[in-house]
Ligand binder design. Sequence first.
Ligand code: SF4
Length: 768
Amino acid sequence: MTKKIYKRNVCVRGPDRFSEIKITNPKPYAAGKEGIAAAMKHSFKEMGVFRAMSTLLHMNQKDGFDCPSCAWPDPEKPSRIGEYCENGAKALADEATTSHIGSEFFAEYSVEELSLRNDYELNALGRLAEPLVLRKGNIHYEAIAWEEAFSLIADELHSLQSPDQAIFYTSGRSSNEAAFLYGLFARAFGTNNLPDCSNMCHESSGVALSETLGIGKGSVKLEDLYGAEVIIVAGQNPGTNHPRMLSALEKCKENGGCIISINPLEESGLINFKNPQRLKGLLGSGEQITDLHLQVKINQDIPLIKLILKKLAVLDKLEGNIFDADFIEKYTVGAEALLKDLDCYSEKELLALSGVPVEKVDAAVNLLAGKQKIIVCWAMGLTQHKNGVETIREYVNLLLLKGAIGRPYSGTCPVRGHSNVQGDRSVGIMHYIDKGFNKRIETHLGFTPPAEAGLDVVGAMRAMHDGEAKIFMALGGNFLMAASDTDYTAEALQRCELTVQVSTKLNRSHLVTGKTALILPNYGRSEKEAGGTNCFVTVENSMGRVRASKGVLKPVSENLKSEPELIATLADTYFKGAHPVNWKLLGGDYSKIREMIDKVAKGFENTESRANGVGYYLPNNVRERDFSKLPGGKARITINKLPEHRLESDEFMLMTIRSHDQFNTTIYGMDDRYRGVYNERRIVFMNPDDMAENNFEKLEVVNLSSRYDARTRTAYNFMVLPYKIPKGNLAAYFPETNALVPYNQFADRSRTPISKSIKVRVCKRQSS
Ligand code: SF4
């Protein structure tokens, strides 16, 4: 049996049918004419030519709206002909589509029927146009008035025995204003149960950077990339996930810098970039981006960096000035201990673990030896491992020994996924306690937030699964598909009394729900925040700059609400005026929310006026070489263990990846143009030698299974594709392979799921 039956007979995994797959060679470049064609195809199909072209001209412009996709920063002088990439255009088309669905559609299709569609088909249905309720025991959503929806939630919240029985999840697309209000409401209600999507992606970065440098964010600004001598891009695929980063890498190359990519896969965007804003990119050969690709085995970055450090240390002894002795002495602790620890490892052992040929390691050492302006960029290829925190700390070691911290054109660059994931955390979406933040709420807003830490994503899943949490509310996102252990998450959601989703489009989390479920539709980023005064919002990009985002489109339906208004009205309904915060007022005047943010969140100041135009940077101690928050006032060089993976002879190490036609859990299409895969997503990329040794044919259908804690989890029906990937390693798309990641397997200290290093077996279908 391949299907598990859930309450209401909904299907958690979608259909098993395959489409007509087409395979080509992977693309040797990214963007170019095909990128423009793909962007326009999606935009025109969803929005029509005029609406698409006129709206795109406002995206990422000073007085326009922020791209709803990734968090890559905009240049101070955006190009007037268009400052967006193919994926930004797809994200806009997805949100600004003119198709929409409401209660009539749901009267025709039950959640059971809808759950048999795949995630691409669900997303393609269009915008959600009115509030909907799935009542206890029913299988059809029906219309509900906003007032009734708010009363229903308020009544359920009042009925809880403890506020900690409610969970308030946030995805990274919400504005600062919405996220701040949401966190404030949760605290006023009495819980710190504020899990967010950051728990599943860059939490390891936050922990590692806080421990070593005293701030959980990166230190570089966009301009730093232009002037760097070496940029290391580790565990990241910017061509698909942060495409405009390629323009910054291109500029770095033009200014004489070089790029080292460290990744198990050689991704198209890092091979060559055909910048569509330039003639050379459109008609010529483009720009070769990577000077040196180190094809590290999955999760073997620590041995690789240790080896590079070991070789640099030898050079430093011989020639001097390879490491920055003055910087090390003045600003750091731990260098001596690290260098001593490096002596414990043989070069041979480290080399074998890394899987990188020695000539390539030596080439990296040569590129780094005489340079100081070094930046390390990374994404989930580093964070989503058991040792994600240690892996990032090892890269920080390299930067600290080279003195490449707190000087221009140098530093750390964790590249964030969702457009305001960093801002949400800055304005208070966190499950842990920030005493200063709580104190300022008490002083300025007149109530005392709860003092106990709340639940993160892992904790929330367990609490719902074990019946301890009864209400799940999500400000955006697709929790079911984003979280690990899909079956477990589905069971957890279904055990809730009430699930509430504030959403723009339909996804699987609306179909696998609590006993009662609500969908509250909200405006998209590109739509005008109607109704009140000062109704623009603000966001923070991956490099800590806060700026205004002003939607330009008429909302797709008159029956939507803005997130701030929606949260303020819910809070007002719940408290019925008996609370020190005047919630009603806040929903109609966002400047009042910004005044509160300025008083409560660290570093925000005069946001109302400063967020306009290019915006302003939040303070960053690393840029000032101020490590006073750390013990002894110094940055920490750390000793990090080698990863421990004991694979059985028939096990592989699997990493999850995104296709070029998706953004996080949103599937825009079924193609992955850069990797040469069309029309299908259930693919497992395998080294040809592994295929031969295990008798797998090209496109043979297999099941993938993982076994942790004596439990087998299976992802069914994947086609094997030969690919240039290290032997013993596999790659397959997220979120389809989330089913293999146990909810209780996560990074030490950050609790980020191990989605990039899952031990799996590949089973021929007859053996399933
Ligand atoms: S790089 Fe990211 S933020 Fe910029 S347009 Fe592309 S998807 Fe949007």
